[in-house]
Design a protein around this ligand. Structure first.
Ligand code: BES
Ligand code: ZN
Length: 629
């Protein structure tokens, strides 16, 4: 592996900064191996790269744009004359050097999905200021009308950078291997609070015109997709000495109650993988149009409200986003082809945290659900399908990955390695991997090389037993897989068999089951069920009334799959209030699979709900229904 040599890139403070006040900032190296190359950036970091971003921005709710200036610190090879930034639709009005003189730049041709390169003729300048606003309909930003919030009185906005959306609101090099520190001053209408994925500096300042300014800083170099902002009528509630939650006032009590285990999760993660290195761990619960379950924005995880079940049964989500503070944020994939390195490793960490905080039973069940998912996905895709490899092979689009492979097969790889090596050796190694690569980009090859060097040593027998290359580059499920305990759901599986055999249902048992158990039961129901049977299931188990969105989702799927008319209004209400793609896309898919019955229903519902969805969810469902946006 080759890191950019400091000499070649002039990485010392003297030649990277203009003022000198930034001399202490950490500069993270960029990898230059073919394996680390990111095909989604226009940047050429080996010539010139951004090391620090300073934003001064206004949130304009009327125009639905973000605009102002971005001042970029640049490290460049000696003699470098230009730097290439990533943009998708940015409206750039000018770029200046520190003295204020204009710097020439050109905006290249747009490539679908990727956007356009902005080539800036920096000459000797090593700091530039870009004057700009985001374009119309910037993909990273969602602007919500008051009626899309719980309070119903104030607008709301949030950004979602991952994967390559931050180039629609920040003019920088938008590639996960080009880490940057950042600082931001953001103004918003005075009725709103602003949060970002950085540590807030002091109180909001009144700046006149009915607006306030908020200041944030991130002193650790992060992948630029991790810069995030949200603004709304939100309040804060502490959860522990270093954690807390932001949410709309109407949601805050329920959110805080659901999140009481947060400090225990941080402690558990630290016990396994070393100090939490980001200072605070806060969360914001967003309105239900947030297209994901969660997003691991540093110091400020973004969460869907659909994880609030009232019984803490879906807080594995929080363990997951917290775990990214090690896998993903501390050590980050250099290219999107190594998705598993962030998400698979995180899913493994999530399960280890879950085990400490919730115990063996819950963790074992979560592992069993995940394992069953991998087996099913590999059956469906085919054991030789290139898409079942952890590292996305050439020829496949790494942004169009199968999450069961990336997340669950990725986690299964680590569970398998752990069970072969033993926790006493595997845990310290994984912890040391995070330490050795902290605040740096990484690749699959680096992960395997590190394992070989620091764990396997020269032990040829162990090397053979681990089957590392098969796991990362091979397809299907390698022969050495550590199977999940097939007794994890013994009672539920027996109940599902009884139901399959003679339609026996035990309402009392159902009520006593955990969310994971209820989900397992619904997942193992026969595919075809009559309307009478669905009505009886609903009556007996009270499925329509469940407050658990994961359970509700499976119930709606079962109903729609069987063209069960009474479930349609429920599905419509659900799709009108929830924008999380994990639920929305599959429900629309099930409807479209139901031909003449389902397709008109899908179109009717989508006509109404489409404007309420985030661009990510909208893009997915547009594709499914053949709608051209
Ligand atoms: N980083 C992901 C979300 C993401 C992935 C956004 C890829 C954009 C592109 C986040 O950590 C995540 O995995 N969320 C899951 C949580 C679940 C696995 C517990 C989600 O949103 O469902
Ligand atoms: Zn994740």
């Amino acid at each position: 592996m080759r890191l950019l040599a400091p000499a070649a890139l002039c990485l010392t403070a003297a030649c990277t900064t203009v003022g000198g006040e930034q001399a202490d900032r950490m500069i993270s190296p960029v990898l230059t191996t073919a394996e680390a190359r990111d095909e989604y950036t226009f940047a050429r970091p080996e010539i010139a790269r951004v090391t620090h971003v300073d934003l001064d921005l206004a949130l304009d709710f009327r125009a639905q744009t973000v605009g102002g200036t971005a001042t970029l610190d640049i490290a460049a090879a000696s003699g470098a004359q230009e730097i290439i930034l990533d943009s998708r639709g940015l409206q750039i009005s000018g770029i200046t050097a520190p003295g204020g003189s204009q710097i020439p730049f050109t905006v290249g041709e747009t490539i679908a999905g990727k956007g356009e390169p902005v080539t800036v003729r920096i000459g000797d300048a090593r700091q530039i200021t870009v004057n700009y606003t985001s374009g119309a309909g910037a993909d990273a930003l969602q602007w919500l009308a008051p009626q899309q919030t719980a309070g119903g009185e104030h607008p709301f906005m949030f950004s979602q950078g991952q994967a390559i959306n931050n180039r629609t609101w920040i003019p920088t090099q938008d590639s996960p291997g080009i880490r940057q520190t950042w600082h931001a001053r953001v103004t918003a209408p005075a009725t709103l609070d602003v949060v970002m994925s950085g540590i807030r500096q002091g109180d909001a300042q009144d700046v006149g015109g009915g607006r306030r300014a908020f200041t944030f800083t991130m002193d650790q170099p992060v992948a630029p997709y991790l810069i995030a902002v949200a603004a709304g009528d939100i309040d804060f509630r502490p959860l522990g000495p270093r954690s807390g939650v932001w949410a709309e006032p109407a949601t805050l009590d329920r959110a805080a109650a659901e999140l009481v285990d947060t400090e225990a999760m941080i402690d558990a993660a630290e016990g396994l993988y070393g100090d939490y290195r980001w200072g605070r761990y806060d969360m914001i619960v967003l309105p239900p149009s947030f297209p994901y379950g969660g997003m691991e924005n540093p110091v400020m995880t973004f969460l869907t409200p659909t994880f609030i079940a009232g019984d803490r049964s879906l807080t594995g989500l929080v363990a997951h986003e917290l775990a990214h503070s090690w896998s993903g944020n501390l050590v980050t994939y250099a290219s999107w082809r190594d998705g598993w390195l962030n998400e698979g490793v995180t899913s493994y960490l999530e399960n280890r945290i879950s085990e400490v905080v919730f115990g063996d039973t819950r963790a074992g069940q979560e592992r069993a659900l995940s394992y069953a998912g991998v087996v099913e996905a590999v059956e469906e895709l085919g054991a030789n399908a290139p898409g079942t490899a952890l590292r996305t092979p050439d020829g496949l689009d790494p942004l169009d990955y199968n999450s069961t492979i990336t997340y669950d097969k990725g986690a299964l790889f680590l569970h398998t390695a752990e069970s072969i090596v033993g926790r006493d050796r595997f845990d310290p190694w994984l912890r040391s991997w995070f330490d050795r690569h902290a605040f740096q980009p990484a690749t699959s090859a680096m992960f395997l090389a590190d394992l070989r060097e620091n764990l396997i040593g020269g032990d040829a027998a162990l090397e053979q037993r681990l089957m590392l290359d098969q796991w990362v580059y091979g397809t299907g499920i390698p022969a050495n897989v550590a199977r999940a305990d097939d007794q994890a759901f013994a009672a539920v599986d027996a109940a599902a068999r009884a139901y399959g055999a003679d339609r026996t249902l035990d309402a009392q048992a159902w009520t006593g089951w955990s969310a994971a158990e209820q989900m397992r039961f619904l997942q193992t129901l026969p595919q075809t069920i009559s309307a009478e049977e669905l009505a009886r299931l609903d009556r007996t188990l009270n499925l329509s009334a469940t407050g658990n969105t994961e359970v509700k989702f499976l119930w709606l799927q079962a109903g729609l799959r069987n063209r069960y008319q009474p479930v349609v209004p429920q599905a419509e209400a659900f799709l009108a209030s929830v924008g999380r793609n994990k639920f929305v896309e599959p429900l629309f898919r099930t409807l479209t699979e139901q031909g003449e019955w389902g397709q008109p229903i899908a179109r009717r519902i989508y006509d109404r709900t489409r404007p309420t969805y985030h661009s990510f969810t909208r893009g997915k469902v547009d594709r499914l229904l053949g709608v051209t946006g």
